[in-house]
Design a protein around this ligand. Structure first.
Ligand code: SF4
Length: 464
């Protein structure tokens, strides 16, 4: 059944009622939450965990212990959806064993009506289905469920931006801060604008005060998030650009870095590049997703820039700093991508010499324009192109990484090395993965590391 949100008490009243209710239990109930997909989804997941905790739940990593299970889903690739359906299938038994268990599915995947309907029809043990406005609506839906509603669904996008949230952050030293929601770009392969709605920017004063508080609390790396941070502020009444926001944040005193993603090349300006180079707290790395090196494919993707414009941006920043670190995203096998188009992509990669890339074989998303485009390229040919691209990038990364040997990099230690025992790892300002002998006491600290060796995916060094 669909709910009329106007008939429910306000979220804060629902939260208080649920809190009172749960506090009567002999011990606090446990909640399990898993966020699939991008960093914005992970940030949503931290906000949802914060809401559950404020209502009286204790978060658990063990799904079998939970009285409430929440999956915050992703719709960008089909295999992400398949994983969610597989996961839902695997917890059916838990609901059979414990009918009081509450199962919620939220996020981009369930914002699509056909998916929400499929869950309502085929996964009847799911109790609550919400779209991308889960942060705004979770408390009300739980309230309705606790008042006897067997199945609650609301997949409409709420345009209000939730403020004053208290996310339950996974890291004690790295924090994500969404600065805007939604997207206006309608790249033809992408479902995001349909499920997350149009661009809505947070007010700069709210962002600045959140970042200030995080830095006071000891956070060392702040990741500003948006589908296209470069169009930040365009929808606000006051005049502010993304580089202006970065410069405001850069005034905060303390020891910290600011990173951001994603950055659409059509809106990346010289002003942004200058800001990155000049602001001491802004990390010296730019992720600029090009997606293809063919103007014909870029046009069909509706990316609104040409290879020439993209290269002029790369040249602008590399002329000021020849070693400036660039990474990108690429889609291989977009419908009817010809061999010539693919060769153009390879040529671009060789010319820019990215430090790293995230490449994907095109995945058709129902509801997008590209889903109806004809595609005569076989899967095996797409895989061959992908392998060729990866081999080219591997060689470039090996060469690029050598430039750090002998240099001293500042590194934020963020975990144990996955490959070398007794070693820790972290990222430099340039976003380079650095590994060094160390121990867990170094977590969350900035360290000076002298680089002594390099690999294709990291550099090795010693603390000085
Ligand atoms: S910019 Fe394009 S790829 Fe990125 S979220 Fe918007 S539509 Fe999707």
């Amino acid at each position: 059944m669909n709910l009329d949100r106007n008939n429910l008490p306000k979220p804060e009243i629902c939260m208080q009622e649920i809190k009172n209710w749960l506090s009567q239990r002999p011990e606090p109930p446990k909640a399990y939450l898993h966020a699939f997909g991008c960093q914005l989804n992970v940030a949503d997941g931290e906000n949802l965990s914060g809401i559950l905790q404020a209502m009286g739940y204790v978060m658990t990593d063990d799904v079998k212990q939970a009285s409430l299970i929440l999956y915050h889903t992703c719709a960008v690739r089909e295999n992400a959806e398949d994983r969610v359906f597989g996961t839902l299938g695997s917890i059916k038994k838990l609901k059979q064993e414990n009918p009081a268990l509450i199962i919620c599915v939220t996020g981009c995947m369930t914002a699509q009506k056909q998916v929400a309907d499929k869950i309502a029809k085929s996964y009847r043990y799911v109790d609550i289905v919400l779209g991308t406005s889960a942060v705004n609506r979770l408390a009300q839906m739980l309230y309705a469920h606790m008042h006897g509603l067997r199945y609650a669904q609301d997949i409409e996008t709420v345009i209000d931006i939730p403020e004053n949230l208290e996310p339950l952050r996974e890291s004690k030293f790295k924090a994500s801060v969404p600065i805007m929601y939604g997207c206006n770009n309608f790249c033809t392969y992408c479902i995001v604008p349909y499920v997350r709605g149009r661009e809505r920017s947070r007010k700069p004063e709210n962002i600045v005060s959140e970042v200030k508080k995080l830095i006071q609390d000891g956070y060392k790396e702040i990741m500003l998030l948006g589908q296209n941070v470069n169009s930040y502020g365009k929808d606000l009444d006051i005049k502010i650009t993304f580089p202006e926001l970065l410069r405001e944040l850069n005034k905060i005193s303390g020891e910290y870095w600011i990173r951001f993603m994603s950055s659409h090349p059509k809106d990346a300006t010289p002003e942004l590049m200058d800001c990155i180079l000049e602001c001491e707290h802004v990390a010296k790395h730019l992720h600029l997703p090009v997606q293809s090196g063919s103007n014909e494919i870029l046009k069909r993707m509706n990316r609104n820039y040409t290879v020439e414009k993209y290269l002029s941006q790369v040249n602008y920043i590399r002329e000021k700093n020849p070693d400036f670190s660039l990474t990108t995203d690429l889609i291989i096998g977009f419908p009817d991508e010809s061999e010539q188009d693919f060769q153009a992509t390879l040529a671009l990669v060789k010319q820019v010499k990215y430090d790293n890339m995230y490449s994907f074989i095109y995945s058709k998303r129902t509801g997008t324009k590209a889903a109806s485009m004809l595609d005569s390229i076989s899967d095996s040919e797409k895989s061959r192109r992908m392998q060729e691209l990866l081999a080219v990038q591997r060689e470039i990364s090996v060469e690029n990484n050598k430039r750090f040997i002998g240099k001293i990099l500042t590194v934020l230690c963020d975990g144990e090395s996955k490959k070398r025992s007794g070693h820790m790892s972290g990222r430099s300002s340039e976003n380079m993965l650095v590994e060094f002998a160390g121990n867990a006491d170094m977590l969350g600290k900035f360290l000076k590391i002298k680089i002594t060796d390099s690999r294709s995916n990291c550099v090795i060094g010693e603390i000085i």
